[in-house]
Design a protein around this ligand. Structure first.
Ligand code: Z5A
Ligand code: MG
Length: 212
C-alpha cells in the first residue's frame, strides 16, 4: 500500500452463533490472498487484565453488577484504541469480531438505558463498515455448535439483543450492511468479500472518524 493510505476498520456484529467469527476469519484470509495488509481482532479481547475479568464473568465464574461489566467491556475497547489507530494509519485493515454495538445491545437487552449504554462508546474509532449478520428468527441459530454454554446464550434474551441491533442498524444505515445469517457460509462470504473490496480503496484517503 502506498504512503499515506490508511486501512479500513471493518466490524462483524450480530447475535450469538450468527457466524461472525467464521466470516471474519474468511474475510481476513481473502484480503491477505489479495496481498493486502490485514489483521484480525476480537472483542472482548480476553488476554488483558480487564479482558480476564470479562472472561470470568462470561464463563459464569464471577458475578458483577450490569453497569460494571458494561463499563469493563467498553474499557476493553478503549485500552486497544491507540494501537488500532496506529495500525490503520500504517495502512493495515482491521477485521474486528464484535465492537461497541455488542456492548450496547447486550446491556440494553438486560434493561439498561440505551443512551447510557452508548455514552462510553462515544469517541472510539468509527467503523468504515459493519457487517450485521442477522438471523430471520431468534431461534434460528440455537441449533448451531456450542450454543448455550456462556451467560447470554438463551433464545429469549437473544431476541431482545436482536431488537437492539435492529434499532442501531436502522439508525446507522449509511455504513451498516445487514446480511441474512441463515445463508450458507460461502454465500455470505461472497457478499462480504465483494463489499469489503469496494470499501478499501474508497476509505484509503479519508480521515478516521469517531463514534458520536
Ligand atoms: N459481549 C457483551 O456483552 N458486550 C460487549 O461489549 C462485547 C461482547 C464485545 C462473548 O462474545 C459474549 O460477550 C457475547 C456478547 C458479549 N455473548 N455471549 N455469550 P464472543 O464474541 O466471544 O462469543 P463467541 O463465543 O465467539 O460466539 P459467537 O460470537 O456467539 O458466535 P459467532 O462468532 O457469531 O459464530 P461462529 O463461531 O462463526 O459460528 C457458530 C457455529 O455456527 C459454528 O459451529 C459454525 O461452524 C456454525 N456456522 C457459522 N456460520 C454458519 C452458516 N452460515 N450456516 C450454518 N452454520 C454456520
Ligand atoms: Mg464468535
Amino acid at each position: 500500500m502506498s504512503a499515506g493510505k490508511r486501512g479500513a476498520l471493518i466490524i462483524f456484529e450480530g447475535c450469538d452463533r450468527s457466524g461472525k467469527t467464521t466470516q471474519s476469519r474468511l474475510l481476513v484470509k481473502h484480503l491477505k490472498s489479495k496481498g493486502l495488509s490485514v489483521l484480525a481482532m476480537n472483542f472482548p479481547e480476553r488476554s488483558s487484565s480487564i479482558g480476564q475479568v470479562i472472561n470470568s464473568y462470561l464463563t459464569n465464574s464471577k458475578d458483577l453488577p450490569d453497569e460494571v461489566i458494561h463499563l469493563m467491556f467498553s474499557a476493553n475497547r478503549w485500552e486497544h484504541m491507540n494501537q488500532v489507530k496506529q495500525q490503520l494509519l500504517e495502512g493495515t485493515t482491521l477485521v474486528v469480531d464484535r465492537y461497541s454495538y455488542s456492548g450496547v445491545a447486550y446491556s440494553a437487552a438486560k434493561g439498561l438505558d440505551f443512551d447510557w449504554c452508548y455514552a462510553p462508546e462515544r469517541g472510539l474509532l468509527k467503523p468504515d463498515a459493519v457487517f450485521y449478520l442477522r438471523a430471520p428468527a431468534a431461534d434460528d441459530l440455537a441449533n448451531r455448535g456450542q450454543y448455550g454454554e456462556e451467560r447470554y446464550e438463551k433464545v429469549e434474551f437473544q431476541g431482545r439483543v436482536a431488537k437492539v441491533f435492529d434499532k442501531i442498524c436502522s439508525k446507522e444505515a449509511s455504513y451498516w450492511h445487514q446480511l441474512d445469517a441463515s445463508q450458507s457460509v460461502d454465500d455470505l462470504h461472497a457478499q462480504v468479500a465483494g463489499i469489503a473490496e469496494e470499501l478499501l480503496p474508497k476509505v484509503a484517503n479519508q480521515p478516521i472518524d469517531k463514534l458520536s
